[in-house]
Design a binder for this molecule. Sequence first.
Ligand SMILES: [Zn+2]
Length: 260
Amino acid sequence: MRRIIGVKNSTTNWAVLRECGQEPLQLFWFRASISFFTSMLDSNSETLRCVLKADLHLASFDSSCWSAQASNAFNGLQGSAMFKQKMLRATQVSMQEFICDLRFRHLKVWREAGFSCPRAVNKKAVTYHKWCGSSESGPRGSPSSIPSYLYKDLDKHVLRNFSRFRLSAHHLRVESCKWHGGSSICDKCECGEVQDEKCVLLSCKCAEMCELRMRYRDLFEGMFKALRAFAPLSSEFNPFLACHHSITSFEINAFLNQDS
Ligand SMILES: [Zn+2]
């Protein structure tokens, strides 16, 4: 998946999966295992049912048997005790309840990221979740959908650069200062802000950024609307946000995930 969207190997796994609208392989493996267990319970083969019961009985003595390993995999789920009990008693596990619980466990990374501010913690997962990650759910109950830019007929390098920008796989100072050292403050203008996605997108006053915002003015106009009320001429378009203008993470996320 990293190769498809053109980001480097060190890019956060969870963010890459979410950007591609995918769920972790462990989810499919565990779902298939429980589905297999349910099928064995319902099997019309007496021998197979007996083998399963023997394995379930063995689980309390031998941690290497299939039932013991499958049962241990329930650890960390909200209904862990209930699922384990059902399995060891050879009764049906509700697939719907189980998959919901499993997804809830996998979404822990985003729930934790939701409590932090990207500029306060400087973690890729937090930046991605707050500013870039789409919150739309995908097909078949998947918690993430594929962002609209991946459906567009974009030039390969444009698509790659956009993915890199969204997944913090770029060379902005907020990232480069981690391995090169030095300051994370923007060196392209006097904005004095940390040079991160938010700065590049909205605040940086360097000519290149301003020119880009002017070119895609229709996209930025809504966000810069509040400033226009204070501009000398209300028709003037100011291509950057002033330092006193605060913008929320939610607004940045909505901007980056708009369908345009
Ligand atoms: Zn700047």
